[in-house]
Design a protein around this ligand. Structure first.
Ligand code: HDE
Length: 699
């Protein structure tokens, strides 16, 4: 049987595109419209007439533009790309896209936050979704993961509870995009299985710098099944090539105001600029006979498999290289479904996964208005679709023939069921029907402690501050106390530090910390590859020294970083030799903020520096970047701005321990030299400098 199939997803999507360039306006029925600015009236000042079909249709279409937003993960951003496996994984699976290194499988990825509504800010403290649809030749495989490897609950029946608790409260719909409120923490305090995920949520993982610098995890244990029918347990990991990087909390909150689309914009701009986000797919492979080797249950989604026990093997690469043409048609209408697996990939009995297998298919009926959503261009498989499923709202195909049942002779017995195809792994199941949690799921604290132990000093500080912030926004003292009680089970010092910040009595120690760590859990182990895609603000004003400015921009550009010259007047800049510099990005200093950049450099030039030093906005810009531990550079006269901002060491006096970390200064007059450039780029590679003392910074 031969099937006609489009060569690739782009071609399939292109067939659905409509380009209005050079066309004339019509109604939905194709009737040419003569005037779309005035409705049909009885007299120019008279009542509108019911017969105005253009008015009625135009307004009707507008009235129905919205579909229900996703009940979770409503706020999202998508991109197209492709995936390619490095070497055949035929030893483990029959999934063709994992076995043929020549095959480039098209994908669509949607990143999201969980709690907030569609218009909420990107940088809130929340879990991020990382959902990937692989359009494989054997049908669609959806890997619907998150940027944290564990989940709040163990059984899907608790999902409505945890989501009701974290969503805005029902009586006043407050707060938007935030877990810092009573109902969430009340739930956490009563449901200790949430603790491990809550530790991740209070860490900087919950405020990623970019979707490009975020890990992804399949969370559940899945199965890979090979041609012999042998099964291997698997955990899926996405590792960003740029490293895993986060914001700091103060910054994240400010960005929510200055650029609520921060992560979305970053993804869009990177792809438009050709700096395509890349992620390695890694697998943790666990032989079937090792299912019971661990002191946690592989079926428990609140547990990780530490990389020290089972290493993550890189097996392939995902590249995101095309932005959607239309947000609604693609990003909003994409329908992921955990149940979409291809031959060679299968489920386990993880009770969270099992509930998801129901939910994702079900939710699309409300969101996308009926059962034909798989026909939408972004959801359509590349593999040919043939079955007797029919009718329903918005059927776009015209099935022909009479034999719409199986078996049939009227349709020549087609579509045929040859007995090959997806075969469910024949897991042997034996048990009583019980509404009970397995005892192997009972330990909620050991891996919470493992996570805490694995954090560096600054990561721990951030976690403590996050707990203090969140619980500090919680009005009920009893809830705060109960959460501290759980933290005491994780680590005494953590509980004491949190309690001290939220007016709760110091808890008595309840036991020993087991002392185990997993290095891979710390962000310090995930620095990635250099400065690619980093954004640098170069502060300049009229009279800027142009040779050094040009060298700096070029050096950053050559390494794949982006330099924005920010001057008080956008668009043009007079330089020290009275030339006029056209600024390609017409961004003015006052339209931007330090929180939107990864680093700051103050350019040289006497007049330029003199003006910036008198500019409160510029002074704050530098001081704030310092406080957020970002690399800072200054050339010659530009150092004056660092002095005015009170940066330790800028006045030439020795800086206290760590205070000068990531601050690169060229004191000599003249253009930025090679040493300065090299040192600054090295500082940029270092990402953030949390060793700087935090007391006394005024921004
Ligand atoms: Fe989801 N989840 N979820 N979830 N989830 C949805 O499906 C659900 C869970 C995740 O970009 C919904 O199409 C249940 C874990 C992502 O479109 C809904 C349970 C993980 C996305 C749904 C979970 C996720 C969703 C809402 C517990 C990480 C966004 C709209 C049994 C592994 C996909 C939709 C996108 C979306 C249900 C738990 C990730 C309601 C019932 C665990 C990334 O069906």
């Amino acid at each position: 049987m031969t099937e006609a199939r489009p060569v690739d997803k782009d071609q399939q999507l292109a067939a659905a595109r409509v380009d209005h360039t050079g066309t004339r306006l019509t109604t939905d029925q194709g009737i040419p419209v003569d005037n779309t600015d005035n409705s049909l009236h009885a007299g120019a000042r008279g009542p509108s007439l019911l017969e105005d079909f253009h008015l009625r249709e135009k307004v009707m279409r507008f009235d129905h533009e919205r579909i229900p937003e996703r009940v979770v993960h409503a706020r999202g951003s998508g991109a197209h790309g492709h995936f390619q496996v490095y070497e055949s994984l035929a030893r483990y699976t029959t999934a063709e896209f994992l076995c043929d290194p020549e095959l480039r499988t098209p994908v669509f990825v949607r990143f999201s936050t969980v709690q907030g509504s569609r218009g909420s800010a990107d940088t809130v403290r929340d879990v991020r979704g990382f959902a990937t649809k692989f359009y494989t030749r054997q049908g669609n495989f959806d890997l619907v993961g998150n940027n944290m490897p564990v989940f709040f609950i163990q059984d899907g029946i608790k999902f409505p509870d945890v989501i009701h608790a974290v969503k805005p409260e029902p009586h006043n719909e407050i707060p938007q995009g935030a877990s810092a409120h009573d109902s969430f923490w009340d739930f956490v305090s009563l449901q200790p299985e949430t603790l491990h995920h809550v530790m991740w949520l209070m860490s900087d993982r919950a405020i990623p710098r970019s979707f490009r610098t975020m890990q992804g995890f399949g969370v559940h244990t899945f199965r890979l099944v090979n041609a012999q029918g042998a099964n291997t347990f698997v955990k899926f990991h996405w590792t960003p090539v740029l490293g895993t990087h986060s914001l700091v909390w103060d910054e994240a909150q400010k960005i929510a105001g200055t650029d609520p689309d921060f992560n979305r914009r970053d993804l869009w701009e990177a792809i438009e600029a050709g700096a395509f986000p890349e992620y390695e797919l890694g697998l943790q492979l666990i032989p079937e006979d090792q299912e019971f080797e661990y002191d946690f249950d592989l079926l428990d989604p609140t547990k990780i498999v530490p990389e020290e026990l089972v290493p993550v093997t890189p097996v392939g690469k995902l590249v995101l290289d095309r932005n959607p043409n239309n947000f609604f048609a693609e990003t909003e209408q994409v329908a992921f479904c955990v149940g979409n697996v291809v031959p060679g990939i299968d489920f386990t009995d993880d009770p969270l996964l099992q509930a998801r297998l129901f939910s994702y298919l079900d939710t699309q009926l409300t969101r996308l208005g009926g059962p034909n959503f798989a026909q939408l261009p972004v959801n359509r498989p590349l593999a040919a679709v043939h079955n007797h499923q029919q009718d329903g709202f918005a059927q776009h195909q015209i099935p022909v023939g009479e034999g719409n049942y199986h078996p049939n002779t009227l349709g020549g017995g087609c579509p045929a069921v040859p007995g090959t195809g997806f075969t469910h792994f024949p897991e042997r199941v034996d048990g009583h029907k019980v509404r009970r949690r397995s005892e192997t799921f009972a330990d909620h604290y050991s891996q919470s402690t493992l996570f805490w132990n694995s954090m560096s000093g600054w990561e721990r500080e951030h976690i403590i501050e996050a707990f203090r912030f969140e619980l500090g926004k919680c009005n009920r003292m009893a809830v705060r106390e109960r959460v501290v009680g759980h933290l005491e089970q994780v680590d005494h010092q953590l509980a004491v530090a949190v309690a001290a910040g939220i007016g709760v009595d110091e808890p008595a120690p309840v036991g020993e910390n087991h002392g185990r760590r997993s290095r891979a859990l710390s962000l310090t182990a995930r620095t990635g590859n250099g400065v690619l895609g980093r954004k640098v603000a170069v502060l300049a004003a009229p009279g800027v020294e142009e040779v050094g400015l040009a060298r700096l921009c070029q050096a950053l550009h050559e390494r794949g970083a982006k330099a924005d010259v920010l001057a008080p007047m956008a668009g043009q800049l007079r330089t020290s030799n009275r030339d006029t510099l056209e600024l390609p990005e017409a961004k003015g200093l006052y339209t931007m903020a330090s929180v939107l950049y990864d680093a700051v450099v103050v350019a040289g030039g006497e007049d330029s520096a003199a003006m910036l030093v008198e500019d409160g906005y510029a002074v704050h810009f530098v001081a704030e970047a310092y406080k957020h531990a970002k690399p800072i550079g200054a050339v010659a006269e530009g150092v004056g701005l660092l002095r005015r901002a009170g940066l330790p060491g800028a006045d030439g006096a020795p800086a206290p321990d760590g205070a000068g970390a990531g601050v690169v200064i060229q004191s000599e007059a003249g253009p930025a030299g090679a040493d300065f450039l090299e040192e600054f780029i090295a500082a940029l590679t270092g990402q953030r400098y949390f060793q700087r003392p935090r007391k006394g910074v005024v921004a």
